[in-house]
Design a protein around this ligand. Structure first.
Ligand code: GLN
Length: 551
């Protein structure tokens, strides 16, 4: 079968869950045995979200190959277990940069370079790029923003052209919102009709319309939308409110989404999938659930999630809001919680408010703690104060990236007695830069950035909590940081009870530190949250919650 292309657009309002819907489509097709990928095209001008403020834009997600991208790619990976790369995420800025670079190199042969065809050609080329991997059955492309946004036009024009060029191999799924007007006691389809008209005015006819609504939608309402929007009634579907986003694949399957998509793409819906094609897609089956079909595994997870009602409270010592800024960490924690039959509640503890005097009060009431990643010196002293309290009171603590660095700084200050110990990121004058830029780092190849980004190998020390959690010696985890644990302090730290339990085999850079004497006090220089998925919850999050539950 030719690779099929599914474009996902959004209308009426933002935040309707287009990313989750694209992920849901991917999951449902995988459940039928198809091999898929999901990619995102964002209309903003930043070349990538690496420099965007997490409070405003949410977390910056990192792919295995070290690309800083939109947090929606985190949803794609958590839902589908695929490994996205730099070719799964584009912004207007990146496309323009590519075109302008080409123009500067004289590659347009003196032609006037224009939005159409040069920008749209670059967009189209990149929309098709992942399909060069011939084994893919479906490429799902989510367009950021809402139909009608000025900056989204080149992407929509590209879809219009591709739909024409690819014929029956391309379809458009449009997600729109149906509001309920309480005064009239009615659900209103007009905003949806307008957003479809807008799409049509760009020359794009959606093939399937998914209506987001908190209320049940009657067949009459669906027929009405179908009639106004030139779509078959059975291709108007309902995306309801769900108690957990992971229930959406189940609900959408019940509403017929995968069947509708297959029909629209002219794929036989009764085709029995015998091959194990998802196995090639890097998709190991989870050991936490019975090895049955993917649909069953997914249902098992959602059932567990609904029955896991006993709450577990985890405090996030950080400086960004919890809504989206630590999305992958909160999701990884709550997914791991589900497998432990617990409902994880994540609480934000603003490190800027933490002082020696109030630390006990600020941290009280939680069963486990995460010291969060971050950049810049705001809230650093509060994090160090929190780390001291958590270490001394033997409370289950997981430090991630900056969080791990904070654990090392605190240990150097209060156990090794170097009161000025700090990271070179925050103090240029400290005599004890326990966190610094290392000579060994220079041997590692960094791609287009001064940061260590993406997957790096790590070897785990025998008899460590880390090794026990992973159950193996060699792992690969994703990074996003500039500074490292200073190797000249390691011997002294180890003599005093803080061990390096994970090291990069090539550079010997420290990847994990832990306090064997404590119940669970472990920090990772890498970000385990980027590789935790619904069907493969991350071993460190599971082990952390085990420790929390034992306490
Ligand atoms: N700011 C630290 C560094 O660059 C940690 C980064 C992070 O937490 N992602 O090394």
């Amino acid at each position: 079968m030719n690779t099929k292309f599914i474009f996902v657009t959004g209308g009426v309002a933002s935040s309707l869950g287009k990313g989750v819907m694209a992920s849901t489509i991917g999951r449902l097709l995988q459940n039928r045995g198809y091999k898929i990928t999901i990619q995102k095209f964002d209309p903003y001008i930043n070349v990538d979200p690496g420099t965007l403020n997490p409070n405003e834009h949410g977390e910056c997600y990192v792919t295995v190959d070290g690309y800083e991208c939109d947090l929606d790619l985190g949803h794609y990976e958590r839902f589908t277990d695929i490994k996205t790369t730099r070719w799964n995420s584009f912004t207007t800025g990146r496309i323009y940069m590519e075109v302008i670079d080409k123009e500067r190199r004289g590659e347009y042969g003196g032609k006037t370079v224009q939005v159409v065809p040069h920008i749209t050609n670059a967009i189209k080329e990149n929309m098709l790029r992942t399909s060069k991997d011939n084994s893919l059955d479906f490429v799902i492309t989510e367009i950021g923003g809402t139909v009608g946004d000025i900056e989204g036009l080149p992407f929509l024009e590209s879809i219009r052209q591709l739909k024409w060029e690819l014929g029956e191999d391309a379809i458009v799924v449009h997600l729109a919102y149906v509001p309920y007007i309480a005064a009239a006691g009615e659900l209103k389809t007009k905003p949806t009709q307008h957003s479809v008209k807008q799409l049509q005015s760009y020359g794009i006819q959606p093939d399937c319309i998914i209506l987001r609504s908190e209320h049940p939608l009657s067949m009459d309402l669906r027929r009405k939308v179908a009639g106004f929007c030139n779509v078959r009634p059975d291709c108007v579907l309902h995306s309801p409110d769900v108690s957990t986003i992971y229930e959406l694949p189940i609900k959408m399957h019940e509403d017929g989404l995968d069947e509708v998509i297959l029909k629209l793409c002219n794929v036989d819906v009764n085709e029995k999938i015998t091959s194990n094609s998802y196995a090639d897609a890097n998709q190991k089956l989870s050991t936490s659930v019975p090895s049955t079909s993917l649909t069953e595994q997914w249902k098992h997870f959602v059932d567990l999630r609904k029955t896991a009602t006993e709450e577990l409270h985890i405090g996030f010592v950080g400086k960004y809001n919890l809504q989206d800024a630590y999305k992958s960490i909160t999701e990884s924690m709550s997914i791991a919680g589900t497998y432990k039959n617990r409902k994880v509640k994540c609480h934000f503890i603003d490190s800027e408010n933490i002082t020696e005097d109030n630390v006990a009060e600020q941290l009280k009431g939680m069963q486990g703690y995460v010291i969060c990643p971050g950049f810049g010196d705001r809230g650093i002293e509060g994090k160090i104060t929190a780390a001291k309290y958590l270490r001394e009171n033997n409370l289950p603590t997981l430090g991630i990236c900056l969080g791990m660095q904070i654990m090392a700084i605190e240990f150097a200050r209060n156990v090794l007695g170097y009161s000025d110990a700090h990271s070179a990121e925050f103090s240029k004058t400290t005599k004890h830069p326990v966190i610094d830029i290392m000579e060994e780092q220079k041997n590692l190849v960094y791609v287009g950035n001064t940061m260590r980004l993406g997957g790096y190998e790590c070897e785990l020390r025998e008899d460590s909590k880390a090794r026990k959690a992973y159950g193996k010696e060699k792992i690969t985890e994703r990074h996003r940081h500039r500074y490292e644990l200073n190797s000249s302090f390691i011997d002294e730290m180890e003599l005093n009870g803080m061990i390096v339990s994970g090291k990069n085999p090539r550079s010997a850079l420290a990847e994990i530190i832990e306090l064997p004497a404590n119940h669970w006090y472990l920090g990772t220089q890498f970000h385990p949250e980027y590789s935790s998925t619904v069907l493969n919850p991350h071993p460190l999050f599971l082990a952390f919650l085990d420790a929390v539950l034992r306490k």
